[in-house]
Write a protein that binds this ligand. Structure first.
Ligand code: HEC
Ligand code: HEC
Length: 252
């Protein structure tokens, strides 16, 4: 019988056969899932699933997790190349969290009230967002591309970002200033960084890559060069813009 033990242990850690439908969906499971969610997920997805910088989970259908099995895998392994991390819970906890996530989609959430078609106009005209952001093939590259943003960020996060961008500035895209040992000063937006080099784009739009051992002075500011639009756009225009971006699910 001893030979069975390692096999069983392996099975416990890594169910080879993930059931297609969630086997743990009682009220007690959902309650336990709520606790796990508040500790591990609410920071990004918001306590009601629609308020964070993570994707909107308060929706009857999830684009990447239509089926329970897919939802389980996303919670377990995360989504590669995004901020969505994997998590080390056991399979019961994973299912309970999944059950709670599904329950979020059943409660009514603040609807996005704006007019998306108007929002698309504001994006291109009064808002001048294309000056810094790419949307598909058009637009600038000072800020992150916004194609598919509605699938990645909740309407609440989009609204907060547009009204007051300085409140939450990500690590990439910060303003950096550096002086090389040769005496050249560069100022721009951090695009990327690894152990040996840093890449930035200056305000004329030119990309630069600098070896770290050639840098004499370096500073990074928790600042964004995105302007705050609260006050510059009317409430109605802000609603329209959020409706436009929230519907921009992209082709992923
Ligand atoms: C550090 C922030 C962060 C944390 C913590 C986090 N997520 Fe996410 N999550 C994201 C982001 C960002 C996305 C969108 C990824 C993308 O598609 O670009 C996402 C996507 C998802 C999706 C896919 C949504 C869809 O529309 O298909 C699910 C489901 C999900 N998260 C559930 C969870 C659960 C459950 C937890 C807690 C165990 C969690 N997330 C923790 C940031 C986070
Ligand atoms: C002068 C350049 C500039 C303009 C104009 C600008 N942005 Fe930005 N935007 C940025 C930069 C840089 C970032 C990344 C740093 C940050 O998050 O603040 C950013 C970030 C964002 C994000 C967050 C993206 C994410 O992944 O969470 C959204 C949403 C956004 N901008 C929307 C807009 C909209 C809508 C407009 C027009 C009303 C606009 N921006 C105008 C520079 C700009």
């Amino acid at each position: 019988m001893f030979w069975l033990a390692p096999f069983l242990l392996f099975q416990l850690q890594q169910p080879l056969d993930i059931p297609a439908a969630n086997p743990h969906t009682t009220a007690a499971d959902i309650e336990q899932g709520r606790r796990l969610y508040m500790g591990r997920c609410a920071g990004c997805h918001g306590p009601t699933g629609d308020g964070g910088k993570g994707a909107n989970l308060a929706s009857p259908t999830l684009s990447r997790a239509a089926e329970d099995r897919a939802l389980y895998r996303i919670i377990r392994y995360g989504i590669p190349d995004t901020e969505m991390p994997g998590s080390l819970m056991d399979s019961l906890e994973l299912w309970q969290t999944a059950a709670f996530v599904r329950s979020l989609g059943r409660v009514a959430v603040t609807p996005v009230t704006g007019n998306a078609a108007n929002g698309a106009q504001i994006f291109r005209t009064k808002g001048a967002c294309l000056g810094c952001h790419a949307m598909g093939a058009e637009g600038g590259r000072t800020g992150p591309p916004l194609a598919g943003i509605g699938g990645r960020r909740s309407a609440t996060h989009l609204r907060a970002k547009i009204e007051n961008p300085a409140a939450d500035v990500p690590h990439t895209f910060r303003l950096v200033t550096l002086t090389t040992k040769a005496g050249k000063t560069l100022r721009g937006i951090r695009l990327n960084e690894d152990t040996f080099s840093i890449q930035l784009r200056d305000f004329s739009g030119n990309p630069h890559s600098v070896w770290k051992d050639e840098i004499a002075q370096f500073s990074s500011e928790k600042k964004t060069n995105m302007p705050a639009y609260k006050g510059r756009l009317t409430e109605a225009e802000l609603n329209d813009l959020v409706a436009y971006l929230a519907n921009e699910k992209g082709a992923q």
